[in-house]
Write a protein that binds this ligand. Sequence first.
Ligand SMILES: [Zn+2]
Length: 167
Amino acid sequence: MTQNRFSGFKPIRRDRLIQERRHDTYKSARKLEEPTVCPTCTAVYRRGMWRWEPSFPDASHHTCPACHRLADNYPAGFVSLRGDFLPPHKAEIVNLVKHEESLERSERALARIMKIEDRDADVLITTTDIHLARRVGEAVHRAYAGELDYHYEDSENRLRVDWIRNV
Ligand SMILES: [Zn+2]
């Protein structure tokens, strides 16, 4: 199940820049009117971007790509944290992850954590945005060392970040 979920993912070097492809499935095909407000999260689409802004009374309504992914439960980013080091430090590492999300989300309205799942083999964090997945992985690596790997799925523009530390 888990293997199938990631079957299209190929390893990439961490220093390779991943550009968000213009033709993202979750970016609206038609041009949105400006301003448009997402009825779910109240983000505002203006000047070509979704932002956190005060709402406009006469704005159009359209679900933003992040809320669309959440509704479909279709993440763009996956961060898997594992290793013997994890269990005794889980709470502080998860706090760091949430902190990175709040920093990123304040600047980029579409960057959100979807779920943090505590599974048997790992903690899996899913995100609406590949840049957030990378940021979370890099923050954990910077704070706790260990090993970090990226796998990228080109056709769907999805990123998997694996972090492991055993001692
Ligand atoms: Zn939204």
